[in-house]
Design a binder for this molecule. Structure first.
Ligand code: FES
Length: 205
């Protein structure tokens, strides 16, 4: 039996020394290079951090990074995405200005559970996952809402099956219905997203 496991998303928390910024097109901040106990690693910054990060962060600063780790089994690729970046404990006493006490907490991550077993996959589950991923991305929700594969939800004949973060279950749901579904469940977040003004994690002084 084929088991569809395209991606797996888990949370991570790591510490490391800041080595450098990763910049695209000469000006767009994409992420950070860190030196950790496991070697040098690249951490992509979530959208709400990118536009507000203080680019004067000194190299060598000891940081703690919390975020999500996405393992794409198909491409055998691991992507780390930072949702919060803070001065690590030992550094805090030395650099209190790094943290802005007034900063808002990043939006809580919500999870959509999608059955990844063969009956649901045969009935359109793969296209459903792809539609969910692209709809979340199109609405700027990819940092706040994650899609997680599950085992059989015991409703195989009515697949594909999914469970929204508010525990609403959907059966026989197809890719074409995804835009309406996302709008129904995340309409308020989508509106917020469009008028969202991010506040820096690292305050500019
Ligand atoms: S295979 Fe999806 S509910 Fe059983």
């Amino acid at each position: 039996m084929h088991i569809y496991t395209q991606t797996e998303v888990t949370e991570f928390c790591m510490e490391g020394r800041f080595l450098d910024f990763v910049i695209k097109d000469g000006y767009k901040l994409k992420g950070l290079l860190l030196s950790t106990s496991e070697g040098e690693c690249y951490v992509k910054l979530a959208k709400h951090l990118r536009s507000t990060f203080d680019l004067r962060l000194p190299k060598g600063t000891w940081l703690q990074v919390v975020g999500t780790k996405q393992h794409d089994f198909k491409k055998d690729k691991l992507t780390l995405k930072a949702e919060r970046v803070m001065a690590a404990r030992e550094e805090m006493s030395k650099q209190p200005a790094l943290q802005n006490q007034n900063q808002p907490k990043p939006a809580k991550t919500q999870t959509i559970l999608v059955c990844q077993k063969s009956d649901c996959m045969k009935r359109g589950g793969k296209a459903l996952c792809q539609a969910l991923e692209s709809e979340l991305r199109n609405n700027g929700l990819e940092d706040n809402v994650i899609i997680k594969g599950t085992g059989c939800m015991k409703n195989c004949k009515a697949g594909p099956n999914l469970l929204m973060p508010d525990k609403t279950r959907y059966s026989k749901i197809q890719a074409a219905q995804v835009p309406a579904l996302i709008d129904k469940h995340f309409g308020s977040e989508i509106q917020e997203q469009s008028k969202n003004v991010a506040v820096p994690q690292f305050a500019k002084v």
